[in-house]
Design a protein around this ligand. Structure first.
Ligand SMILES: NC(=O)c1ccc[n+]([C@@H]2O[C@H](COP(=O)([O-])OP(=O)(O)OC[C@H]3O[C@@H](n4cnc5c(N)ncnc54)[C@H](OP(=O)(O)O)[C@@H]3O)[C@@H](O)[C@H]2O)c1
Length: 407
């Protein structure tokens, strides 16, 4: 990443033993990229534990290649396959949600939170409570329970390293300067595959259309979030918690080239931009190596070859999810929690062919309305309360999907 501006990081630490890293969600897009950076920096890192949901074969392969001590699947039904695939390797196998949480708590220098969705809440939170340093890709944790996560991190002296490319760029552009000196934080969006589509065309978009992201190769859920721009909404909420920035200081701009990932406008008008080719290995390497910057092979940004960078305001009529997320942030923690839960249900329903593309945002809005009509929920003050509220949001959203299908 070419970062414009100085980053005020501590001095490099003396030569040390390899850093022990645990990867939650090791079989996914972020998990695989994390393992690829670790493989490139052999000697600098050692893998403590890797986890997945059901994909035992892929997890076992990752554990063997990385030389992990422990591999865990959340789904107990996948335990037999995992155990068989690890036979004779000396790598321990375990299964179940409690085993994933225990893996997150094991001594390690860094835990990478790369589970998708609210399923990542408990294990990522457990890592923070155990005092592990954490790099977070799983933005849903911060959307569902950001205040609880940030409070736990402060109490335990944990620095949450932002792995999401936009937040990583902003973190570097901020260079440790206080939020009082910042006028605006700008998160960029590629605009997704439907940036230039009419609303009528978007209404008929299939999952295959929505999964064709123009610039990034990512997991299915975040790719759909990018197509609705809910991803940017989630990222605005994520930035609010990570950087302590009020809503009015947070903005999103469409930037189809995905080269500028984030910008910070300071009080004096100076703008620092975090830039780089769209390659998640760059922010991942930053989080793994922090506070140093380690070498990473790969293509480099050539601005002359690119010629021009363009920016436009998001079309909030075709992409209402962005406003929904901002409104939820202004409403309060219960609303961002329900927004996230309903969005996960709606994205799964769209991918399963049960609702249309434009109905994703509608379903999220209806779920928030229904929850507040029943009685405004209390602000969740513990991770357990956040999970209970998430469950309530999912039930209502699932009911709305069922009603939609019988219409
Ligand atoms: N991909 C990107 O470039 C990118 C960029 C920025 C931020 N992020 C964020 O990073 C997170 C991961 O995204 P991704 O694209 O890497 O997702 P992904 O490819 O779908 O991978 C998700 C990972 O989570 C595991 N998992 C799923 N459900 C689980 C459960 N109930 N319990 C335990 N583990 C579970 C999966 O295991 P199985 O393989 O067994 O299903 C897999 O290892 C998301 O929050 C996303 O928003 C991603």
């Amino acid at each position: 990443m070419v970062t414009v501006g100085a980053a005020a990081f501590p001095a490099a630490r003396p030569e040390a033993a390899p850093r022990r890293v645990t990867i939650l969600g090791a079989t996914g897009s972020i998990g695989t990229n994390t393992l690829s950076v670790i493989a490139e920096r052999a000697g600098s890192f050692a893998v403590e534990a890797v986890t997945a949901n059901t994909n035992a074969e892929r997890l076992a392969r990752a554990a063997r290649t990385a030389g992990a001590r422990l591999a865990v699947v959340a789904d107990p039904a996948a335990y037999g396959d995992l155990k068989a695939a690890l036979a004779g390797t000396g790598i321990a196998a375990a299964a179940g949600d409690d085993a994933v949480r225990e893996a997150a708590e094991r001594p390690a220098d860094l835990v990478v939170g790369a589970i998708v969705g609210a399923a990542g809440l408990l294990p990522t939170y457990a890592a923070i409570r155990a005092g592990r340093q954490v790099a977070i890709a799983n933005k849903e944790c911060l959307v569902s329970a950001g205040r609880i996560f940030m409070r736990a991190a402060a109490e335990r002296g944990v620095t949450i390293r932002p792995m999401d490319s936009e937040h990583n760029a902003i973190y570097q552009a901020l260079g440790g300067r206080p939020i009082d000196e910042v006028e605006q934080i700008i998160i960029t969006a590629s605009g997704g595959p439907f940036r230039t589509w009419s609303r009528e065309r978007m209404a008929a978009a299939t999952p295959a259309d929505a999964l064709k992201h123009p610039n990034w190769s990512m997991g299915r859920k975040i790719t759909i979030d990018s197509a609705t721009l809910m991803n940017k909404g989630l990222e605005v909420i994520e930035a609010h918690h990570l950087f302590g920035a009020p809503t009015e200081k947070l903005d999103a701009l469409v930037h189809p080239q995905s080269v500028v990932h984030g910008m910070v406008v300071f009080n004096d008008g100076a703008v620092m931009a975090g830039m780089g080719l769209p390659d998640m290995r760059v922010p991942i390497a930053h989080c793994l190596c922090w506070p140093e910057t380690g070498p990473l092979a790969g293509r480099r940004l050539d601005l002359a070859e690119l010629g021009s960078l363009t920016f436009e305001r998001p079309d909030r009529a075709r992409f209402p999810a962005l406003n929904l997320a901002r409104q939820a942030l202004d409403t309060g923690d219960w609303a961002t929690n329900i927004l996230n839960a309903a969005n996960e249900v709606a994205v799964a329903a769209f991918l399963g062919g049960r609702i249309g593309f434009l109905e994703i945002a509608g379903l999220v809005e209806q779920t928030i309305d229904r929850v507040s009509a029943q009685s405004v929920p209390a602000v969740p003050d513990s991770v357990e309360a956040a999970i209970a509220l998430d469950r309530e949001g999912r039930e209502i959203a699932s009911e709305l999907v069922r009603m939609h299908r019988t219409r």
